[in-house]
Design a protein around this ligand. Structure first.
Ligand SMILES: Cc1cc2nc3c(=O)[nH]c(=O)nc-3n(C[C@H](O)[C@H](O)[C@H](O)COP(=O)(O)OP(=O)(O)OC[C@H]3O[C@@H](n4cnc5c(N)ncnc54)[C@H](O)[C@@H]3O)c2cc1C
Length: 428
């Protein structure tokens, strides 16, 4: 039976949550969109903020602005700590409760330190805007300190270690070496930056960008090594200390900046273990994206394990999250209208990564047609402009900014001075 004016509570204003809210916004549905931030962040460009090539405003959009023309979408800034799928009620750290006829869980992921001692305390993850600004400030602070006290270079002041050779690690390494070589080397005249600064990628696997093809692995490794990035592959991280990274083979790399790009785990929402599955573990979904056993609760985006129509588990990507969000909105409308929900079907545009200025890789479509360089970047731009179109009014500004970044030597933004590094904090 049709259900007029249903209410929907959405937890998370990332690609999935915003995609779902947009799919409902034009219809007779009351939507409450809850996020711990009052903005939507564009995660694929966080490493650009971290390397000062983009400002926070380039990658974040206020959620209330996104829905200002949709009075039936209400935004609440709150951190959800507990979810009761039976009553479709969420509780927040601030002491509020929200319930709806439908509940959508789209709270994304956070870093997974895999129990590596010290990683939580000393490594810098890159999964949220505040992570990106923190990392950017650390990089600049270390250059300033090395400039005034060159002895700290011996203690790893200009050694930047990236743990994880997946897309986040590779993109960060490429952008960081560009920042060091093209910008900081010219700014810090008293430092021999070319000799003193190191960017090191450590991964326990033998290849970078594992989801890509073997030729892509070779291309990426060649591009990064040609630019001076050190690749320490096949080596696991045993511990992260305040002053060094310790590897499983006993080697230590002195550093004051460890970027954690080692993996993600879903945001904990206090749900029972039997509602989770797979690696991570992520929320278990049925083909129509509902949480298993709960036909009025949807789990979408990175927080969920989503399978395509043929059963293939889909990767944690912005395009999967956005399409799943739109589909969940569509299914909520169908269910409220008394109709059957439909299974999710992913339209695969491929996988891609920017490896720094003038270097990118794309494997397009389900058949993974491989492109390198400018063509790959054009594909990257198209897919990311599409992702952005739901959350930014001026996609053309993004396109021209990204094109400039890729093809020209842009001067990065100014960074204010930060707290400083404690050089005596060794050995912990
Ligand atoms: C550094 C990085 C680079 C990436 N690059 C690419 C790329 O180039 N291309 C691509 O397709 N994908 C990329 N991805 C993956 C892509 O960003 C994710 O797949 C996508 O963001 C998932 O969308 P989501 O909506 O599920 O989660 P998110 O985008 O993570 O959104 C989750 C939202 O939930 C909110 N939230 C979390 N916990 C709570 C809580 N307890 N209470 C309230 N709100 C909460 C968060 O603030 C956030 O706004 C990248 C990811 C990272 C981290």
């Amino acid at each position: 039976m049709a259900e007029p004016n249903p209410s929907v509570v959405i937890v998370g204003g990332g690609f999935a949550g915003v995609g779902c809210a947009k799919a409902l916004a034009e219809h007779d549905v009351d939507v409450t969109l809850i996020d711990r931030n009052n903005f939507h962040q564009f995660q694929p460009l966080l490493y650009q903020v971290a390397t000062a090539q983009a400002s926070p405003a380039d990658v974040a959009t206020p959620l209330r602005d996104l829905f200002r023309k949709h009075p039936r979408v209400t935004v609440k800034k709150a951190t959800v700590t507990h979810v009761d799928p039976a009553t479709r009620t969420v509780s927040t750290a601030e002491g509020a409760e929200f319930s709806g006829d439908y509940l959508v869980l789209a709270a994304g992921t956070g870093p997974n330190f895999f129990g590596v001692p010290g990683a939580d305390e000393h490594a810098l993850p890159l999964y949220a805007l505040r992570d990106a600004t923190r990392l950017r400030d650390r990089v600049f602070e270390l250059f300033e300190e090395a400039d005034t006290t060159p002895e700290v270079i011996e203690q790893g002041a200009l050694t930047f270690v990236i743990v994880g050779g997946g897309p986040t690690g590779v993109e960060t390494a490429g952008a960081l070496i560009d920042l060091v070589d093209d910008v900081l080397a010219a700014r810090f005249h008293d430092l021999d930056v070319a000799t003193a600064a190191r960017v090191v990628v450590v991964d326990h696997g033998e290849a970078l960008l594992r989801p890509f093809s073997e030729s892509a692995h070779e291309y990426v490794a060649r591009v990064l090594e040609d630019r001076g990035v050190e690749l320490w592959l096949g080596r696991g991280v045993a511990a992260v200390h305040a002053d060094r990274v310790e590897l499983a083979d006993g080697t230590s790399i002195p550093t004051r900046c460890v970027v954690w790009a080692g993996g993600v785990s879903p945001t904990p929402l206090g749900l029972a273990d039997e509602l989770t599955t797979g690696r991570g573990p992520r929320l278990a979904t049925a083909a129509d994206l509902t949480l298993v056993g709960h036909p009025r609760v949807y789990a979408i985006g990175d927080v969920a394990q989503i399978a395509d129509h043929d059963g293939t588990v889909l990767p944690q990507l912005g395009s999967v999250a956005l399409q799943a969000g739109t589909h969940a909105g569509h299914n909520i409308r169908r269910h409220a209208a008394g109709r059957d929900t439909e299974p999710f079907r992913y339209h695969d545009k491929g996988i891609m990564a920017m490896i720094g200025r003038n270097a990118a890789i794309a494997e397009l479509g389900a058949h993974r047609h491989e492109l390198h360089g400018h063509l790959a970047f054009t594909a990257w731009l198209g897919v990311h402009a599409l992702l952005m179109s739901g959350t930014r009014e001026r996609v053309d500004l993004f396109v021209s900014w990204a094109w400039d970044y890729f093809t020209k030597n842009r001067a990065p933004s100014i960074v204010e001075s930060t707290d400083g590094i404690d050089w005596d904090d060794a050995g912990s």
